[in-house]
Write a protein that binds this ligand. Structure first.
Ligand code: ZN
Length: 383
């Protein structure tokens, strides 16, 4: 058994100090205010009052520690998973860039190898394809050279190698509305992203089930009073699950406040969208899908044109930022770091809560630094 003592439990709807969490066979079997006497064979961790939350689920992350998921190198996904675990992320979807079909298949193969190795760090139930079916005018830091029209056949070819859980594409592209339906049939969550869509374009895909928006506000049509665009759609339509990068760079603090106080928290998902420069020092320069990027003052931007190219954010810091800005209680905010993601990915009954019966995927966050002090995966203390 694993016993976590003196935990300040933060879980959707719950904020309780002085808790003991007991895990057995990978699952939480007890959360109690009583002391539990450990046996010699038990793993014991004294949280000393730190926040113990559901392990973060990051559905959108490309890289860290100089590695990118689209690198041909097999170790890239191992290094990414190791870095994510250090951030308190226990489940994530390694995310591809707009690259060639061969490179996408190679990334899927590398994900499969990580799974076959028993996923020694954070877990990856599948991958997120960000592109290549995006709007060439809304590439951001994605390489326009590899943009192509939606093809479910191409996606199925990749999913045969390793499950595809989420796909970000532009709904207004030819066949974009039907593509949403085809994704669902294949067990994939379709998401609108890197898009120049009007509200009417989105509604066609919405009718076919689309309920997810990739990095809300970034690389999508802004709100205009005669065409409310994708940003307006996010506010008009409550049940769109909006990914949000909470680094205060991709969205200014006022925009974060607007989103978290005006949208239903049931449909907001914090992401990092972290790049290979995450966990690296300022001045680090690299190529992303063939485009040069440099990290300065913690901001990763294209050398040519200055577009933002993803983040160096850690999930815990995103949570702190939003908590500081909005003053929303952590027990409400914490559903946006794990449980909402789990529900959409079909794992809402097993991940995202610190409650009996849920998997013991947990992070102990130091409330002074907002960095993890300990991370548990399936009840095993891995950090
Ligand atoms: Zn991204």
């Amino acid at each position: 058994m694993t016993i976590i003592q003196n935990a300040h439990v933060i879980s959707p709807g719950i904020d309780r100090e002085g808790q003991t969490i007991v895990a057995k066979d990978g699952k939480i079997v007890q959360v109690t205010s009583r002391k539990v006497a450990p046996k010699k064979s038990d793993t014991v961790y004294d949280a000393k009052g730190k926040y113990v939350m559901p392990g973060f689920i990051d559905v959108h992350t490309h890289g860290a520690l100089t590695y990118d998921f689209c690198d041909a190198a097999e170790e890239a996904v191992f290094k990414l998973a190791e870095a994510k675990l250090k951030e308190g992320v226990t489940t994530f979807l390694p995310t591809t860039l707009t690259v060639s079909n061969g490179e996408l298949k190679k990334a899927a193969e590398n994900a499969r190898k990580y799974a076959e190795a028993g996923m020694p760090y954070a877990k990856i139930p599948g991958i997120h394809l960000e592109g290549p079916f995006i709007n060439i005018k809304c590439c951001g830091a994605q390489n326009p050279e590899f943009v192509r029209k939606p093809s479910i056949e191409e996606v199925k070819g990749i999913a045969k190698i390793y499950p595809v859980k989420l796909i970000s594409y532009a709904v207004e592209t030819e066949g974009g509305d039907k593509f949403a339906k085809e994704c669902f049939k294949a067990g994939i969550v379709p998401s609108c992203g890197h898009t120049g869509a009007k509200l009417a374009d989105l509604m066609k895909a919405y009718k076919n089930g689309l309920r997810h928006m990739t990095h809300f506000c970034n690389q999508m049509t802004p709100l205009h009073h005669r065409e409310i665009g994708m940003v307006g759609a996010g506010f008009l339509i409550e049940d769109l699950n909006t990914e949000v990068i909470c680094d205060k760079i991709h969205l200014c603090p006022d925009m974060l406040k607007l989103i978290f106080t005006r949208r239903s928290l049931e449909h907001v998902q914090m992401i990092t969208d972290s790049l290979r420069c995450s966990h690296c020092k300022d001045g680090y320069a690299f190529s992303m899908g063939g485009l040069e990027v440099k990290l300065e003052n913690g901001e990763a931007r294209l050398v040519k044109g200055g577009n933002l190219a993803g983040s160096t954010l850690w999930m815990g810091m995103g949570l702190k930022n939003v908590h500081d800005i909005t003053k929303i209680p952590l027990k409400d905010l914490v559903r946006t770091t794990s449980w909402n993601q789990a529900i959409e990915l079909g794992m809402g009954g097993e991940l995202g809560k610190v409650e009996k019966g849920y998997k013991a995927d947990l992070v102990a966050i130091n409330p002074r630094t907002w960095k993890p002090d300990a991370v548990f995966v399936d009840g095993e203390k891995r950090i």
